[in-house]
Write a protein that binds this ligand. Structure first.
Ligand code: ZN
Length: 452
């Protein structure tokens, strides 16, 4: 049993049920769990480890609800291509990746996420090239120390049948579902405070057949794990499902059993009012990926309307192929700004605290976790701190919480996952694997030489 006390926190936003914000705050933690929270004066004055956070703002750790970490070496590829063209071209890179390269990409992506305030990641991995396995992903995720949810992904519809992937990168139903079931068996830990979880993650409604979507959603239910897929991302997808199913993407997914309280979709850009009601009624969440939606030209998701309709909304950076940055706190700022100009938005404008809620409690609700997302008694000590004396925060003293979202804070100063420090003074406590930058450069040089 070890205890940890953070004291003299200048400003603490708990995101608890009352949304308490406390000045000169303290948090008392036992074995990674928050046991007491309040003012410095009211809490115990001693612990095994005492950390003085004078001059810092403390927030709950951010939750990234949608990523493809394997893409972290694909920044700045085909910069001016739209969604479909981009996706098709990238397969010529991905087909050459093996376990070592994917592990390198996972570490790069997780490092950037950690430095930008993320403490929990949902990674939608829908490709398993050249012998890659869920164990490779789990091992790579361990290097950085964030809570890692592996989306065991798949597609069974290749480019010859209206999908995007070359035929040798698509799975059949038996392989896809077998891999999911084995990964859940081997790695899924549903207990509170879990560091590793697994969810079932078909790629999209265009790249996975209706029969596999149906059986995959049944499998997720029978295993009592999450279910996640891209949905309603582009206008082209709307045309596709209208033609194939006579329904919107959300209605089509619902008809295949894909929506439910443990399900969440990525993007959800193109949602009619009735789609929004359907998602709210089924308690299916939406992971908003604003930068990706701009980068690929997919469109603008009206998250304020989604929240008003009762939908669960979280935040994701998406893979580096569609968002060259994996910066989660910057993504929260982008989400807030875009919500202010979305069609139908009006005063009062979408607030910094609204964006913070989407990035914390919203993300936790997507991955069905009640042990993270807020700082309160009984939850895990996943938290971030920002030094208020940093140049970009000076002048924000009247509302430091708004400052974290409105000012351009691109890195957190410190972060802790279950009370264990992951980021210290804007750097990873454990550093990166040796040769990370050199290996990333070499991979891209290898790909360039192959394409010559
Ligand atoms: Zn995605």
């Amino acid at each position: 049993m070890s205890t940890l006390l953070f004291r003299h926190i200048d400003y603490l936003a708990t995101m608890d049920a009352q949304r308490r914000e406390i000045r000169d705050a303290a948090i008392f933690i036992r074995d990674g769990w928050i046991e007491r929270i309040g003012t410095t004066e009211d809490l115990p004055q001693a612990a095994d480890t005492v950390v003085d956070l004078r001059g810092h703002l403390v927030l709950p750790g951010l939750v990234n609800g949608h990523h493809h970490l394997f893409q972290s070496l694909d920044r700045c590829c085909h910069c001016n291509d739209g969604f479909v063209e981009l996706l098709k071209k990238l397969y010529s890179r991905w087909m050459h990746m093996g376990p070592e390269t994917v592990q390198l990409a996972v570490e790069i992506g997780l490092s950037e996420l950690a430095l930008s305030g993320c403490t929990t990641v949902a990674d939608h991995n829908y490709l398993w090239p050249n012998g890659l396995t869920p164990k490779h992903m789990m091992d790579a995720a361990d290097t950085v120390g964030l809570r890692y949810h592996l989306g065991c992904g798949f597609q069974d519809t290749g480019v010859g049948n209206g999908g995007f992937a070359p035929e040798d990168l698509v799975d059949n139903e038996t392989t896809a579902l077998g891999r999911c079931a084995a990964a859940v068996e081997d790695f899924h830990d549903p207990s509170p405070g879990s560091h590793r979880q697994v969810f079932v993650a078909p790629s999209s409604i265009r790249s996975v057949s209706p029969s596999l979507l149906k059986s995959a959603s049944q499998l997720a239910r029978s295993l009592d794990v999450g279910f996640h897929m891209h949905l309603a991302e582009t206008a082209g997808e709307l045309d596709y499902t209208r033609e194939k199913f006579g329904r919107s993407p959300v209605e089509a997914a619902d008809s295949l059993g894909c929506l439910g309280e443990k399900s969440w979709i990525a993007h959800g850009v193109h949602l009619s009012d009735s789609d929004q009601r359907l998602l709210a009624d089924t308690q299916c969440g939406v992971c908003h990926c604003p930068t990706s939606n701009m980068r690929t030209g997919a469109g603008l998701a009206r998250i304020e309307s989604y929240l008003k309709s009762g939908m669960k909304v979280g935040l994701g950076v998406d893979g580096a192929a569609a968002n060259d940055g994996s910066n989660l706190i910057a993504e929260a700022r982008t989400a807030m700004m875009l919500a202010r100009i979305a069609p139908g938005s009006s005063a009062p404008l979408f607030s910094p605290r609204g964006a913070l809620e989407v990035a914390t409690l919203g993300g936790a609700s997507l991955v069905s976790r009640k042990d993270i997302g807020a700082l309160e008694v009984g939850r895990a000590a996943d938290m971030i701190s920002i030094d208020l004396s940093r140049t970009e925060m000076l002048g924000s003293e009247q509302d430091p919480v708004a400052g974290a979202l409105l000012c351009s804070v691109n890195r957190v100063d410190n972060s802790w996952v279950h009370g264990k420090q992951v980021v210290k003074d804007q750097a990873l406590v454990d550093g990166n694997s040796p040769g990370l930058a050199r290996r990333a450069r070499e991979w891209n040089e290898t790909l360039r030489s192959m394409s010559r």
